[in-house]
Design a protein around this ligand. Sequence first.
Ligand code: ADP
Length: 486
Amino acid sequence: MYIQSGELVTILEVKEKLKSKLVTSLRLRILVLLTAVGVVPCLILKAAILNSHVDKSVAANVAEIQNQCTILSNQLKNYNYIADTKSEVINAEIVQLSNVYNGRILIINDEFRIIKDTYELDEGKTVVSEDVIRCYKGKSTTIYDEANSYIEVTTPVKEGKKVIGVILMSVSTDLYMDSQKALKHMADVLVGTMAVFIFLIAVVLSKLMVYPFARITKAIEAVNEGFESENLHEMAYTETALISDAFNKMLVRMRAVDDSRKEFVSNVSHELKTPLTSMKVLSDSLLAQDDVPVELYKEFMGDIAEEIERESKIINDLLSLVKMDKTSANLNIQQENINELVEHILKRLRPIAAQRNIELVFETFRPVTAEIDEVKMSLAFSNLVENAIKYNKENGWVHVSLNADHKYFYVKVADSGIGIPKEDAENIFERFYRVDKSHSREMGGTGLGLAIARSAIIMHRGAIKVYSDEGEGSTFTIRVPLTYVV
Ligand code: ADP
């Protein structure tokens, strides 16, 4: 056992990990495959050559023995050997034949009695074997007994058409078996050498084949140390080219995310610093003067309080945004009455609208209930209606309408306000983006309201769009599914 990054790791676990790494290794698979592809045909070839060698040797031998037996059969008939076994010529011939083939020759007469045995063991005995009987019917037979390593040939001795005797010759095949063994040994050595050679080639080839993947791994590891590293260009195979392509796309995305994170951090710092700078300037100017009149104190303290409120609003908005950025698992989805929800928000904002004599109208086409997170959806609606009031003209109007079909509910917030220039419209949902920074600041804006609204809508699998032009008022439309889709 040993400790690895604070964990107790047993040697067994390490072994297990190593084993599973080996089993799933592409290089090992290529190595095994190449070796198998090289060695298996060699083995098959070896077996085929050895078998055919045995078959051919046996066949050649059988043919030769049959031939010799046929010649002997003719001689036996000519010398009338079956009736009288005294012929010296034939006896010498039989002995010579059995010596040449290192075998045993039996001559059997028509009473199935052995009249000649070159081993001189069974003369006078009777043989009633299947082959002999078949031979008496006029058929030569050949048996190759591989297990006991011998060949047995029976040939009839005929007088006219009548079979008067049988020659039974059995020859040992041990001799071919020996040459067969020598051949097999040679083949084994050859195949073994080839297997080692093929294995070595497979080791080199498998290393070369997986090398592009090793280079990809190295490049990805380099990216871990920073996105500044080069793009991946591993074009050795179509597959590695595809991986490189996908990886480069991911790198572009990661760089974009990283840039946007940096920009966000710098924006946040800037936004948080602005109220602090104002407060510092105000308090410094108070401290720099002696006998500051109470009215000036009050005025400056009032300004400082305003800046503090602004700072806390920015922080609150940032916290809301961070909550929106988390996964949808944080949503508290419940069936809610949307009409009541919008009604409630408008009731809260009516006094603010009234300050600038802005008419706030709610038009609803049907009662709508939907599965939503009430807090987050309220935040989205409030931000839209607050903006419609903030960026409106004196005596203007804000129309909020609610409608639904079988799948979605739709909220429209239209105003008679200053509108948004076309070139800014697509950016206003970005964090801290403001068309007119000083005007937004004057209105108490943080530049986060629409980003929060968009995040809330997207979390509900909905969509938000803006239709506006400078000086023409703005219309924001929201579409949200009635049933929340996980
Ligand atoms: P802010 O806190 O500045 O209002 P938002 O994210 O809510 O930030 O809005 C971003 C910018 O979009 C605003 O600064 C404003 O310029 C513009 N905007 C948003 N709503 C409207 C609207 N109804 N009419 C005109 N301009 C709008």
